[in-house]
Design a protein around this ligand. Structure first.
Ligand code: 5GP
Ligand code: MN
Length: 337
């Protein structure tokens, strides 16, 4: 993978560009992608943004979101194939293994255009990319796009649309500026975005105060009836069967953030949630301090992510995958106690 700086001269002439992100995008994936979109359009490129799957409704307010194509939407597939066939450049944001693009992974692999990685997750598959930057010390891909804009000399293109998208991404990935990754440079970046005219309160409201009643009822039900605490392993687990998802009419995004609640219990080092989705059992892991959930997710659930926040999946039944989790707790007892 060549250094990201080498892409700046390539961008000096108009190009056909695709920007994509990881499946089920979060505020950082969508925010960084749309910020880059707004930059590249101003630079005169022809840009298509593709999400491998649908996304939570709480991202729809983002400027440019109405133009994002969904690979799982059959009516948009032809357009996506056509864009991919003609593309010069494909930017992959907020993921570092092509498989994280779900069914969009195969067409990406088959495409002959130059691939560019901008990401902050651990263990990047750098061989899959022609240019890029992978920096696990960064709070978010949105912070990296902010740096990309500065380093490329595109500072004059920064506007409030870009600022809102980047703010949402950094806010999402730092737990609203709470985690250690909310560094001095992150706060300086936000100060700069504020100086540009960013109004940050609506961004919080749009993302965190924008659910339907059923999601809050679901949260109450799940915390009361679906949470187990294993004090001997300083771990809490929430498992959500399909019947709950149907009963509470749960949509993409409604389960986001649930995994953080058990971490508020005194002494808990790891929180996990397993959701019985149609196609797979989807895991989210969070930890405090010294327990490495990236490695845990990689070892047991074909996943990965960051040291304190990771995800994974399993094709086994909910019952079997929960059993597997409990076995994994035993095997990791010495690090959890
Ligand atoms: P979440 O639990 O919010 O879905 O994801 C937490 C972090 O782990 C995010 O940075 C996300 O991109 C990453 N992640 C989630 N699921 C997976 C997975 O199945 N594989 C890998 N490699 N990373 C994941
Ligand atoms: Mn991210």
């Amino acid at each position: 993978m060549n250094p990201i700086e080498e892409i700046f001269p390539v961008l000096a002439a108009p190009k056909k560009v695709i920007i994509t992100m990881h499946q089920k995008p979060d505020p950082d994936a969508m925010g960084s992608s749309l910020a880059l979109y707004h930059l590249l359009v101003q630079l005169g490129h022809s840009v298509t943004v593709v999400s491998p799957t649908n996304w939570p409704a709480f991202l729809n307010w983002m400027p440019g979101c109405e133009d994002v194509l969904d690979y799982e939407n059959n009516r948009q597939r032809e357009k996506i194939y056509e864009s991919l066939m003609n593309a010069d450049l494909l930017f992959c944001l907020d993921f570092n293994a092509i498989s994280r693009a779900k069914h969009f992974a195969a067409p990406i692999k088959a495409s002959s255009c130059k691939k560019i990685l901008i990401d902050h997750h651990q263990q990047p598959e750098t061989a899959s990319f022609d240019y890029g930057i992978s920096d696990t010390s960064k709070s978010s891909t949105s912070e990296m796009i902010y740096n990309f804009i500065w380093n490329g000399g595109y500072r004059d293109k920064m506007n409030t649309s870009i600022a809102e998208c980047l703010y949402a991404g950094v806010m999402g990935d730092t737990g609203s500026f709470r985690y250690a990754s909310a560094s001095e440079s992150v706060h300086r970046m936000i100060a700069d975005l504020k100086a540009l005219g960013l109004k940050h309160t609506p961004v919080h409201d749009n993302i965190y105060d924008n659910f339907l009643e059923n999601r809050l009822r679901f949260l109450g039900h799940v915390l009361l009836n679906r949470m187990q605490v294993f004090y001997e392993y300083n771990t809490a687990l929430i498992s959500v069967p399909k019947t709950d998802l149907l009963k509470f009419e749960i949509r993409t995004g409604d389960t986001e953030g649930l995994v953080n609640f058990p971490l508020t219990i005194q002494g808990i080092k790891m929180a996990a949630i397993c959701i019985d989705r149609d196609e797979e059992r989807k895991w989210s892991f969070r930890s405090k301090g010294e327990f490495d959930v990236n490695t845990f997710a990689r070892n047991y659930f074909e996943g990965g992510g960051h040291y304190n926040a990771a995800g994974g999946h399993s094709s086994e039944s909910l019952e079997k995958t929960i059993h597997r989790f409990k076995e994994a707790l035993k095997e990791n007892a010495s690090q959890l106690q």
